[in-house]
Design a protein around this ligand. Structure first.
Ligand SMILES: [Zn+2]
Ligand SMILES: [Zn+2]
Length: 324
């Protein structure tokens, strides 16, 4: 079977590889689509080290169950599912308390185990989520990053009475806009890229210039310290600032500023198994997150898909079977 792999840092190509074995607690998926995000870009650029080469890329995968292991209920055969690509251990203290995103034994697909840009993939049945039959594949391929956004909204504690600001309208900022608007909250958005800014407005966000006065919640998705500085000037005393961006630079935020303004800083990493993902899948049909998709490529054109990520407004995805 074919898979799209990193042959060496910066060089992506198609490889022939063996079809996956189905373990007793696994399912085998015929892959339908995979979204690309900054994490994958980090692997391609060598900022995150691939365990070996060639290394199959991708983690935001959806597929159809075509085989199940001996211990798995076969009633889901034929169902379309989204993969939850973070396999927490379910045994440690954090996992037992429901804080599975804090699991130190968590295996991230595409980083610690090979990715899903492949015609077939085996995955633990525990970490695949069936969608209702009517859900469009384009909506389903948004499930993983949409769950990241949903978890940030949940952890922030934002309510419909709050004014909020989304910093950055890359995919994560756009999915935040989808959730917030659906929850009855109109976010202001700060984004320098005209196409991304326009896409955020099309989802129901308002330009930051309209935020006369201050906001109670800031969601930082850009990872750019200077963007956070601008955003904090809009935060009221007592505001909550939820950080989702993965910038590696110091924030340039003084302790005095946080104390004087009595800000709450919340780091939000992925999601907690299984409810965040399951609840997102249940809500997919009504949210139409496919509005965030910006460009589509075939599996053979995965290298071009990665090249397109930086300049595209909206999420780039690989349509693996071409039929969706
Ligand atoms: Zn991702
Ligand atoms: Zn654990």
């Amino acid at each position: 079977m074919k898979a799209a792999a990193l042959l060496e840092p910066g060089n992506i190509g198609l490889i022939d590889t063996a079809e996956p074995n189905c373990g007793t607690e696994d399912v085998v998926l015929r892959m339908l689509g995979v979204g690309l995000c900054g994490t994958d870009m980090g692997v391609v650029r060598g900022e995150r080290t691939a365990p070996r080469h060639p290394w199959v890329l991708g983690h935001e995968g959806v597929g159809e169950i075509v085989a199940v292991g001996d211990s798995v209920d076969n009633s889901h055969l034929g169902r379309r599912v989204a993969l939850e690509p973070n396999y927490c251990c379910l045994r440690c203290r954090e996992c037992k308390s429901g804080f599975t995103s804090g699991c130190s034994d968590r295996i991230a697909v595409g980083l610690g185990t090979p990715g899903v840009l492949s015609e077939y993939v085996a995955a633990p049945a525990e970490f695949v989520h069936p969608a209702a039959d009517h859900v469009n594949v384009r909506d389903l391929v948004c499930a993983e990053p949409l769950t990241v956004a949903r978890s940030a909204v949940r952890r922030s504690g934002v309510t419909t009475d709050d004014r909020c600001l989304v910093v950055g309208a890359g995919s994560q900022g756009l999915f935040l806009c989808v959730w917030l608007v659906a929850a009855g909250i109109t976010p202001f958005v700060q984004e320098p890229h005209p196409g991304r800014h326009e896409l955020a407005l099309s989802l129901g966000a308002l330009p930051i210039e309209r935020a006369d006065g201050h906001v109670d919640h800031v969601f930082e998705t850009s990872g750019v310290p200077s963007a956070l500085g601008t955003a904090l000037r809009h935060a009221v005393a007592g505001a909550t600032v939820t950080l989702i961006g993965m910038g590696g630079e110091p924030l340039g935020l003084s302790e005095r500023h946080v104390v004087n303004r009595q800000l709450s800083l919340v780091g939000s990493l992925i999601y907690d198994h299984p409810d965040d993902f399951a609840d997102t899948i249940d809500a997919l049909g009504g949210l139409a997150p496919r509005r965030v998709l910006g460009a589509e490529f075939g599996l053979a054109d995965t290298a071009a898909a990665f090249d397109a990520v930086a300049a595209t407004s909206g999420k780039v995805w690989v349509n693996i079977d071409g039929a969706a």
